[in-house]
Design a protein around this ligand. Structure first.
Ligand code: NCD
Length: 299
């Protein structure tokens, strides 16, 4: 069954297969307009979302499918009455042909999979993983640069709690001659588990102390929001802000990505710079999620 549970499930080959399909959907949407004819997708979000939920729903609708959705499931579903996610999945698969879930537990996909009889798509698991975001991130990088072999990526922001960072590193590490730089406040440093994962793939993680430690010709500046909903206490604001002055220290080919929503970490004064690609990135999420539904449901 074509579940999307973790970035770990992908190889360079399966990524290329997904992205080739995504390119085709993006270029010929009409060809796929009835692919999900007669299919129903259930969408359960136990945490806030704008892009992920609405692009998943749009993806199903653009493919000719139908959607049933609970957008505030922690308050409005039986989760509030103590129902386990496994029980919810057992029930929903009697109604729908695929289930998209976002939940605050880091490990919910492992539990859901035990009972799943329809494809499950992970739309965010606590501070663990967000594989479909990483897929659209890598798709956007590939679109810009053709390949990720030899890519130099700088990750910034909340590297501790940012699930998009965790999934992105797993995918980026599949490519050859990759360089990864990290710049964050010490309290949001990348967990050792991910440094070890990179090292196991012969990628050295280069921790930076300021923007000047990141090479000028870095391909990607990937910033993230401080995930304040994931911890108690106040660790202050982001120190490393990408604004016009900072971006102009980097090459013409350096692009800025962000999963969004942003807070102060990316100044709006770079929004019109062609290197600011975060809105294009969010738009690509629609096509990548269409491709994931095609893979999950059209066979
Ligand atoms: C991210 C998430 O939910 O992890 N948002 C998204 O899906 N694009 C990042 C975030 O909330 O900061």
């Amino acid at each position: 069954m074509n579940h999307v549970l973790t970035a770990k499930q992908y190889t360079k080959e399966t990524l290329e297969e997904l992205f080739t399909l995504t390119d085709d959907i993006k270029n010929n949407p009409q060809k796929y307009a009835k692919t999900l004819d007669g299919k129903i997708v259930a969408v359960m979000f136990y945490e806030p979302s704008t892009r992920t939920r609405l692009s998943f729903e749009t993806a199903a609708l653009r493919l000719g499918g139908q959607v049933i959705s609970t957008e505030n499931a922690s308050a409005n579903s039986s989760g509030k009455k103590g129902e386990t996610l496994e029980d919810t999945v057992k029930v929903l698969q009697g109604y729908a042909d695929a289930i998209v879930i976002r939940h605050s537990s880091d490990t919910w996909p492992q539990d859901a999979i035990k009972v799943a009889q329809v494809p499950i798509l992970n739309a965010g698991a606590g501070k663990g993983e967000h594989p479909t975001q990483a897929l659209l991130d890598v798709y956007t990088i590939r679109e810009h640069r053709k390949t990720l072999d030899g890519v130099k990526v700088a990750i910034l922001g909340d590297l501790l709690n940012g699930r998009t960072i965790h999934s992105l590193l797993r995918l980026v590490s599949l490519y050859n001659n990759v360089e990864v730089y990290g710049l964050s406040k010490e309290c949001f440093a990348l967990p050792q588990e991910y440094i070890d994962m990179l090292n196991a793939r012969e990628i050295e993680y280069k921790k930076c102390n300021n923007f000047d430690d990141i090479p000028k010709d870095v391909d990607i500046l990937y910033h993230t929001r401080i995930q304040s909903e994931r911890f108690e206490g106040d660790f202050g604001k982001e120190e490393y802000i990408i604004n016009k002055e900072v971006l102009n220290k980097f090459s013409e080919n350096t692009i800025v990505l962000h999963p969004l929503p942003r807070n102060e970490e990316i100044a709006t004064d770079i929004d019109d710079d062609p290197r600011a690609m975060y809105f294009k990135q969010a738009h690509n999420g629609l096509y990548v999620r269409m491709a994931l539904f095609v893979q999950a449901l059209s066979k």
